[in-house]
Design a protein. Structure first.
Length: 268
């Protein structure tokens, strides 16, 4: 027989997961443990989307309602049963920035981003064919510049060949997700030593460079076109921690400064 204390613990266990502000709905997806996939909405102007593998939804966000408890000065959140209609918005990752991947069963897929809003609900705005291998790690990018009339964007997928753990260094690579930008090279400058390094060679749109080791520390980032000394996109004071693996992705419309950014996402 349960004691009052054990009953209280059971109730708390049931409530706490519901208070995550960005809790992910339990959705019927491919079996876990076969391969790993990240999903990004990096298409300027695109609506919020959910991501699908064939016709199976693999990412979605639950709705939450949060209130401030004045007496306790705490915020209490309750998960609403309905799926959020906001989806993953431009600049967002379905998996967050801390190295998380979605599990996906190996096989042949049509990967797509589909509108999350009530209007045009589940309409695919982009898709790509992909062969997913056992044990593989991948990143899927909704990219290009969204065509609001055609309700279409571009997309591509890249392998994430994550290096073995080495706590003496961090690893960094560059992905170019700007459809109207020329191939670029990522340069990193150590803020303490002022030493500058190129992270591999030029990377064309819809491509990824190789993971390159750097000393752990704080860095300023810049991309440059071939043979150019002028910075195209910059970002300052980015920390690379020992044993971690990072992808720096250029996203946006190169002709609209407010949309361009160097995104920093951990792969591990």
């Amino acid at each position: 027989m349960n004691t009052p204390r054990s009953i209280l613990l059971l109730v708390l266990t049931a409530i706490l997961p519901a208070c995550e502000e960005n809790a992910v709905l339990e959705i019927a997806g491919p079996p876990a443990g076969g391969a790993n996939m990240k999903f990004f909405n990096f298409a300027p102007g695109a609506p919020g989307v959910n991501f699908y593998a064939n016709d199976t939804k693999v990412t979605a966000i639950s709705s939450t309602t949060c209130v401030t408890l004045t007496e306790a000065n705490e915020v209490q959140c309750t998960t609403v049963g309905a799926e959020s209609t906001s989806g993953v918005n431009y600049g967002g990752s379905a998996n967050g920035a801390n190295g998380w991947y979605s599990d996906i069963e190996p096989g042949q897929y049509t990967l797509s981003g589909r509108i999350a809003a009530t209007t045009d609900k589940n309409l695919p705005i982009s898709s790509v064919q992909a062969s997913i291998a056992t044990g593989g790690n991948y990143s899927y990018y909704l990219s290009g510049i969204y065509d609001a009339d055609a309700k279409m964007a571009d997309s591509f997928i890249v392998d994430d060949p994550i290096p073995a753990v080495d706590y003496s260094v961090a690893y960094v690579r560059f992905v170019n997700a700007i459809s109207n930008a020329d191939p670029m090279t990522l340069h990193v400058t150590n803020r303490e030593t002022a030493a500058e390094s190129a992270m591999g060679g030029e990377v064309a749109y819809a491509s990824a460079g190789a993971f390159t080791s750097v000393a752990p520390g704080s860095y300023d980032l810049a991309t440059r076109y071939s043979g150019g000394a002028t910075d195209v996109i910059t970002r300052v004071n980015v920390g690379f921690n020992p044993g971690r693996v990072y992808t720096i992705t250029a996203r946006g419309d190169i002709n609209t400064a407010s949309t361009i950014l160097l995104d920093n996402t951990a792969n591990r």
